[in-house]
Design a protein around this ligand. Structure first.
Ligand SMILES: [Ca+2]
Ligand SMILES: [Ca+2]
Ligand SMILES: [Ca+2]
Length: 244
């Protein structure tokens, strides 16, 4: 929520209209109801290949990161399925859910448990004792995409994949993921480095968001937006460079 406030504040300060700001990187699609960004890797690959490729699709600095998509609600499931038409004739798309570590214990690629599911009837069936990676499969009976467990090793085919990352408009949960925060705070680094400031604000520790003055937050927001814009422009230049 703080980040939404932050981005909106920065927009007012900078005079940019919200509609003109891209809160997802180029080639990513934003779900405006959650602020998440999604990108389809539109080539058939192994699940492990997709897992490794997603992080490299994110041009934003930390703490923004991209992973194989994680579905937490029926709404998100529907939104992502709505993107499949971009991918031509693909009949299957990998997601992050897997039970590689422990059979029938489904987790996302960061190890958090899978709560919402949309399995097809009699799935996941771990067919032939060898299906540990989840994907949307188009079912021949009605053309609908539902979840299936498939062999990670491509024994029955390889698939396209969907990556997800938080956009600049997302509310990222406050989590104690930065144990160094109190050290940074003592050194004054939280305010000196905007990206550390962002990390600290998420950590609920001594430089938590409630302790950050609006001035600093606005400064931070402008930096993030400028950074994102620079990344975008840099990419545009690279594309131009490649085509000339
Ligand atoms: Ca998600
Ligand atoms: Ca399995
Ligand atoms: Ca299956």
């Amino acid at each position: 929520m703080k980040l939404i406030f932050c981005v909106l504040t920065a927009l007012v300060v900078s005079g940019i209209s919200p509609a003109s700001v891209k809160r997802c990187p180029p080639d990513w699609t934003e779900d405006i109801s959650t602020g998440s960004c999604y990108k389809i890797l539109n080539e058939k690959m192994l699940w492990e290949t997709a897992r490794q490729k997603c992080p490299s699709q994110n041009p934003y600095p930390p703490p923004f990161n991209a992973r194989l998509v994680e579905i937490s609600s029926s709404q998100e499931n529907q939104f992502v399925k709505g993107l499949f038409s971009q991918a031509g004739e693909s009949n299957g798309f990998w997601m992050g859910a897997n039970d590689i570590q422990s059979e029938d214990s489904w987790v996302w690629t960061d190890g958090t448990p899978v709560n919402y599911t949309d399995w097809w009837d009699n799935e996941p069936n771990n067919y032939d004792g060898d299906e540990d990676c989840a994907m949307w499969r188009r079912w021949w009976t009605n053309g609908e995409f539902k979840w299936n467990d498939a062999p990670c090793n491509g024994k029955y085919g390889t698939f396209a994949a969907v990556c997800e990352m938080p956009g600049l408009g997302s509310s990222i949960d406050c989590i104690d993921e930065h144990s160094e925060c109190s050290v940074w705070a003592e050194k004054g680094e939280c305010t000196a480095n905007p990206f550390l400031l962002f990390s600290c604000a998420q950590s609920c520790k001594s430089c938590g968001s409630d302790d950050i003055s609006d001035d600093i937050m606005i400064q931070y927001c402008k930096t993030v937006l400028t950074e994102a814009e620079n990344v975008k422009n840099g990419q545009d230049k690279e594309v131009v460079g490649q085509t000339t």
